[in-house]
Design a binder for this molecule. Structure first.
Ligand code: FES
Ligand SMILES: [Fe+2]
Length: 366
């Protein structure tokens, strides 16, 4: 692949946006599997999925892209693990359903593993030489825990320390009542968007479109005060409330004390969003299903239901449908023979520029 395709000038004033091909070329989408998705952190679930010792929860990481069978476990020492869910004998998926187990037992030929992934026993292997070895354990996958939320990465690049990625969230949000969060499973929902995953991220990373696309959201947020902060591997956007609109009551020692913060929009490169409102946290998980098809899961975790229906955190379904419609329009546009690439607004598109720089960095690295 010509790396020029992914050259994004570090100076936003002269930079050009990603070429349209990045959103519409099947070969680029295929290359993103190993170069990007296998090397980055992705949302895996919340800690209550394995709340008590012995609980196991199988899942597929990025179905359609990585298709990696994994399993979350909580061992008898109360430690959470993320393990490969593929038997080290001949490759059967070990855990097919969530439950409580003493050990993990492969149903094909009876190999057993401890809940931390270590090989335990296997019938009929007495004559096998050099057995068991480390390679007979289930591989442990790097796991990061922030408050109640779990992220995993198959082979994180050395620069992707999860502690560093979480640091801005900890600094801004540690005083909020995460212990009181409950997952509102009934209002969780998935949206299917007929667009490339990166177009959905582009749209998320700017408030530029709010006055044009989101008339209801625009009545509650102060467009002039909207701010974007760049971190190495994340972007924080602050939605500031118009006078009289709902906002966090932040204590004196908080870095944002004195600002009417209506929403913290945290994006962790490349696919995870934590939208934090006075009522709680809406986790948005972006799953690329195909080149031009993306699932966006809205997972609401609530600490104060009485604040759910007002301000920037209300009416999220309407805002999402407005975003989908515009992003699907862009997907049709980037297939055009007459569009190649655009320019950035230095005032409003620093988040999009930062994402494009990160994408370029990962796609160009071999
Ligand atoms: S594949 Fe698991 S025991 Fe044979
Ligand atoms: Fe939007």
């Amino acid at each position: 692949m010509g790396d020029a395709l992914f050259e994004i000038d570090p100076d936003i004033r002269v930079a050009r946006t990603l070429p349209a091909r990045v959103y519409s070329d099947p070969e680029i989408f295929r290359l993103q599997r190993e170069r990007l998705f296998a090397r980055t952190w992705h949302y895996a679930g919340h800690a209550d999925l394995v709340k008590v010792a012995g609980q196991v929860y199988p899942f597929t990481l990025l179905p359609g892209v990585l298709d990696e069978p994994l399993v979350l476990t909580r061992d008898s020492s109360d430690r959470i693990h993320c393990l490969s869910n593929v038997c080290t004998h001949r490759g059967t998926v070990v855990v097919e359903g969530a439950g409580v187990e003493q050990q993990l037992r492969c149903r094909y030929h009876g190999r057993r593993f401890a809940l931390d992934g270590r090989f335990h026993s296997m019938p009929e292997f007495e004559q096998t030489a050099n057995f068991p070895a480390k390679t007979d354990d289930l591989t442990e996958v790097p796991l990061g825990l922030w408050e109640r939320f779990l992220l995993v990465a198959l082979a994180p690049s050395a620069q992707m320390s999860i502690a560093a990625i979480f640091a801005p969230l900890v600094a801004r949000l540690h005083q909020l009542p995460f212990a009181e969060l409950t997952f509102d499973v009934l209002s969780a929902r998935d949206y299917l968007v007929n667009a490339n995953w990166a177009l959905y991220i582009d749209n998320y990373l700017e408030g530029f479109h709010i006055p044009y696309v989101h008339s209801s959201l625009a009545t509650t947020l102060d467009y002039g005060e909207y701010t974007v902060e760049l971190q190495r591997l994340s972007v924080l956007q602050l939605g500031i409330a118009k006078p009289g609109e709902p906002a966090f009551a932040l204590p004196r020692e908080h870095p944002d004390h004195g600002r009417a913060v209506a929403a913290y929009y945290f994006w962790l490169f490349p696919t995870t969003m934590f939208n934090v409102y006075p009522w709680g946290v809406s986790v948005n998980v972006v799953t690329p299903l195909a080149l031009d098809r993306t699932r966006v899961s809205f997972l609401p975790f609530v600490w104060d239901a009485s604040k759910r229906d007002a301000g920037a955190g209300a009416g999220l379904d309407r805002v999402e449908r407005e975003d989908e419609a515009i992003v699907e329009s862009v997907q049709r546009g980037v297939r055009s023979r007459l569009y190649e690439r655009g320019r950035y607004s230095p005032a409003r598109e620093t988040g999009v520029h930062h994402f494009h720089r990160l994408l370029a960095e990962f796609m160009s690295a071999t």
